[in-house]
Every structure is written in C-alpha cells, then in structure tokens.
Ligand binder design. Structure first.
Ligand SMILES: *Cc1c(COP(=O)(O)O)cnc(C)c1O
Length: 438
C-alpha cells in the first residue's frame, strides 16, 4: 500500500504540480491531496483505504452518487458494443432530444431547438462565443468578474475559483489583442451592463453569464438580473449566452433557467458536468436558426473527434433518466440540512459567516454580509477556510479544496452520510474560529 504523500511526490515528478487540473493540488488548503481509488454513492476511498463522505461529486457530475448502478450498467453495455465510431449513433439524437425537452418553461418559447454535443464545458462556451460572433458579425464579448467559463483564451480574465485560489489575475500566454476582445464588468450591477452597452453596444456580439454563479462560491443573481441582462443585450442586437455548465440539470430538471424567479430568453445555453454523468461530455443549444449557423449547415466551424462519444452519451442519458422529481427532492433536502448545520456550527463557534444558496448549491463565506460580486467575495476572511477544510477532512469529509467553490450534494447523500457531515462540522467551525491570517 502507498500513502497519499508518496503518490503526490511521484505525481509531481510526472505531471506539473502533480495534477491535471490546478485545484486538485490542494494548494490553498495547505494539505496533501488525496489520491482516490474508488467511489460509491456518497463515499470516496483513498489509496490509504480511508473513506470520506464526498461533497465534491466530481465537481457536479456525480449527482446520483458515485458509480450509480444504472449509469455504470449503461456505460458497460455501450462499451461492449464499441468504444466509439467517429460516426453518428442513435443515442446522440436521443440525448439531444432529452436536453431540449427538459429546458422549457410554461408560457415562454423553448430556448433549445438544436443541440451540439462536445466533450468539455470549455469547448461548449468557446463554441457558443464563436457562434455568437458568427451570427452577429461582431467581436466583443462581455463577461462578469468572478465568473468561470472554462479555460479558453478569451474567457480567463478574472475567472473565479481556479485563478482566484491561486491569486492569479488571469493567465500568461493569452495575447493582449485577444484579451482586449473581452470586456469584464462587475456582477449583479445592471448599471455596469447599461454602461458597457452604451459605450460599445454596436460591437458586442454577446454577454456570457453563469446562470447562477458558483465558481466564486455561491453568489445568487439579484432578482430579475438575468431577465434584465437579456433585455439589454437584445436591445443592442447582442446575444445572451447562459452558461449552465455547472447549474444545468443540477438545481432542477431545467437547470437554473427553469427556476429563475423571472422568466427570460437566453439565445444560447451551455451544458456540462451533470449532462455527461461523469464522462467527458458537454453541449450547447439554442434556436434552430442560430444553431444551424454551425457547420455543416452554416459558416461557423466546429468539430470533435470524440464528440458524442457513445460511452459518454450513455452515461449522460442514464443520469438524466434517473434525475426525476424524487431525486431533486432528496438532493434539495440533504443540501438544506447540511447548509443549515454548517451555519449553526459556525454561529455556535462565533465565526462571522454567511451561507449563500442557489437552489441545492451552496457555499459558506466568511463575511458579515452576503457577497454580491467578485470584490465582496474576495474581501471575506478566506484564511478561515483552510483549517475548516482540514478539520473536515481529518474527520472523513471531503469538501471542495477552495472557499471559492460550491458544495455538491447528490441524491445518494442519505441520512447516514448527512449525519457524518453534520457531526464533523462543530470541530471544523472551531478551527475556522481559531484561524489567523496566513
Ligand atoms: C466547469 C465549468 C466550465 C468548464 O467546464 P470544463 O468541462 O471544466 O471545461 C464552464 N463554465 C462553468 C460555469 C463551469 O462551472
């Protein structure tokens, strides 16, 4: 048997930082990353044989719990028939129809008539932006500080969790002329939106927004914010790209779009995480008129060797098939119990905090008033998170290794799993209370 420390040392000799995605290095929580060997339901097990209740959920996809039997069986059946053909399969059409059918609201035109399947959320948003530029003949993109839309060049400016955790302003290697095509403004600030459109409206192709931001911790949209955003963009001939890579099919059957208190009309919606059921799959969707500007019908090129891979499609379909009203009710109930328990443990320990929620997504923030944008998020006492995280880990609870991430609950978080989390919270809250700035 090896240890996590041995595995990490070896990994650092083979991969930059020992990881394939920066947040996994546990840098901001000053802890050795756990190397996992298996997972089942709400639990993950590391190379040392320790089991943890998991609140990362593969960053969202494990919404039915890890290795859900129906999802595993669907993938095994698909694998037995061939790992991929680089050609069309009936399953892709069925998944596209499932996605389009779910994203609907009473009394509003369904925003998704056509879907393209890709492999990562980064690809989905990158393609949505190219499509918006192709459709409008304009170059500029508006994004919000603290929102994460994947790691493509134009979208890394002030991009939330990953870069915030590393305290990086953006990324080296992005050419200035490309960065200059992205206008970054303050979130939840409609005056900032009106100003940027007043100044550059004729050149703006699209505004891209996280449907309910979850990559700077949870910062819910102000009431009617998405609807006002759609109106302003449309008044200037620009598109609204609603990024539901994280929230899609997680916060409800139709994602955040389905539960936003004020209905609105996004032009393109991006999906990822849950839609692939744990395998690499993401998607974008919109009206037929817009989506058919994509090749082969239209002039906007996009392609992918592994796009619509049959194993990923099978995992996505099986996951969506099992995400019924009962599953969402279980997730919502467990999320409420855990969020409430975290808040009372922190209050009990005298730690200044807020717990913000967007549907069943939540995170704790060490601030006295709820952060509403990236500046107020960054102003919190973030140093309290590392000891909080380590105390939870020591008691067998695996939290996201950054204060700028959401906690992901699954439908497999039963009473026993929730009880283990709740029991671990008081000691973690005390550790947060005793924390001093780094
Ligand atoms: C995770 C995420 C992405 C990027 O998806 P990847 O599959 O990691 O490339 C894009 N947008 C949002 C809102 C995300 O949470």
């Amino acid at each position: 048997m090896t240890t996590n420390a041995q595995e990490f040392a070896r990994a650092r000799g083979a991969m930059p930082g020992g990881v394939n995605s920066p947040v996994r290095a546990f840098g901001s929580v000053h802890e050795t990353p756990r190397f996992f060997v298996s997972a089942s339901g709400p639990y993950v097990t590391d190379v040392e044989g320790r089991e943890y209740v998991d609140l990362v959920g593969s960053w969202g996809p494990a919404i039915l719990g890890h290795a859900h039997p129906a999802v595993v069986k669907a993938v095994q059946d698909a694998a037995a028939h061939g790992l991929g053909f680089g050609a069309s399969t009936p399953g892709e059409t069925e998944l596209a129809e499932l996605i389009a059918g779910r994203v609907a609201r009473d009394g509003v035109t369904a925003p998704v008539e056509r879907v393209r399947l890709v492999s990562t959320g980064t690809e989905a948003t990158m393609t949505a932006i190219r499509l918006a530029r192709g459709a409008t003949g304009r170059d500029l993109i508006v994004k919000f500080a603290g929102h994460y839309h994947g790691h493509s060049d134009g979208l890394l400016a002030e991009a939330g969790s990953g870069v915030a955790t590393l305290a990086m302003p953006g990324s080296a290697g992005v050419p200035a002329p490309i960065a200059a095509q992205t206008l970054v403004i303050r979130y939840n600030d409609l005056d900032a939106v009106r100003e940027v459109f007043a100044a550059r409206g004729d050149d703006i192709a699209a505004v891209i927004v996280e449907a309910a931001p979850a990559n700077m911790g949870i910062v819910p949209p102000a009431h009617g914010f998405n609807a006002a955003l759609a109106d302003i963009a449309h008044a200037h001939g620009a598109l609204l790209i609603l990024d539901e890579v994280l929230t899609g099919f997680r916060v409800g059957p139709a994602g955040w779009y389905g539960i936003d208190p004020v209905p609105f009309s996004p032009d393109l919606i991006t999906f990822g995480k849950v839609v692939g059921g744990g395998l690499p799959l993401a998607a974008l969707g919109g009206s037929a008129a817009l989506m058919e500007l994509l090749a082969p019908l239209g002039p906007v090129y996009q392609a992918g060797t592994l796009s619509g891979n049959p194993l990923a499609v099978a995992a996505g379909r099986a996951t969506l098939d099992h995400l019924d009203a009962d599953a969402y009710a279980r997730i919502d109930a467990a999320a409420t119990t855990i969020a409430d328990a975290a808040a009372s443990a922190l209050s009990e320990a005298g730690v200044t905090h807020v717990v913000q929620r967007s549907g069943n997504l939540f995170s704790i923030q060490f601030a006295d008033t709820p952060p509403v944008d990236y500046d107020t998020v960054k102003a919190q006492e973030a140093f309290r998170y590392a000891p909080f995280f380590r105390a939870m880990l020591a008691q067998g609870v695996s939290l996201p290794p950054s204060v700028f991430e959401a906690w992901f609950v699954s439908s497999a978080h039963d009473d026993a799993a929730v009880a283990r989390i709740v029991a671990a919270l008081p000691a973690a809250a005390r550790a947060a209370g005793e924390a001093r700035p780094d």
